[in-house]
Ligand binder design. Structure first.
Ligand SMILES: [Zn+2]
Length: 83
């Protein structure tokens, strides 16, 4: 569990007080870069500008099917051999 908080700098400067990101979705599944495995993480959103970030990554895990990937940012298949 993460307890770090994040401030949206742009909104805070505009509003004149700290605008904190809020966790809007817990436990999404993300794959990115060249990792063959997946990661669980959380989506945080600025309540003012609705900018979203993904943070709070757990450790990489491996399962055989890809059906449960919410955000597939895998880059490995961009290197030529398409199916
Ligand atoms: Zn913002």
């Amino acid at each position: 569990m993460t307890s770090e908080r994040m401030i949206c700098l742009k909104c805070s400067l505009e509003a004149g007080s700290a605008v904190f990101y809020e966790m809007t979705k817990m436990g999404v599944t993300v794959r990115y870069g060249y990792h063959r495995g997946k990661f669980r993480a959380d989506i945080w959103e600025c309540p003012r500008c609705h900018h979203k970030v993904i943070k709070g990554f757990g450790s990489e895990y491996f399962v055989s099917n890809d059906d449960d990937v919410d955000f597939d940012l895998y880059e490995g298949h961009r290197r030529g051999d398409r199916k």
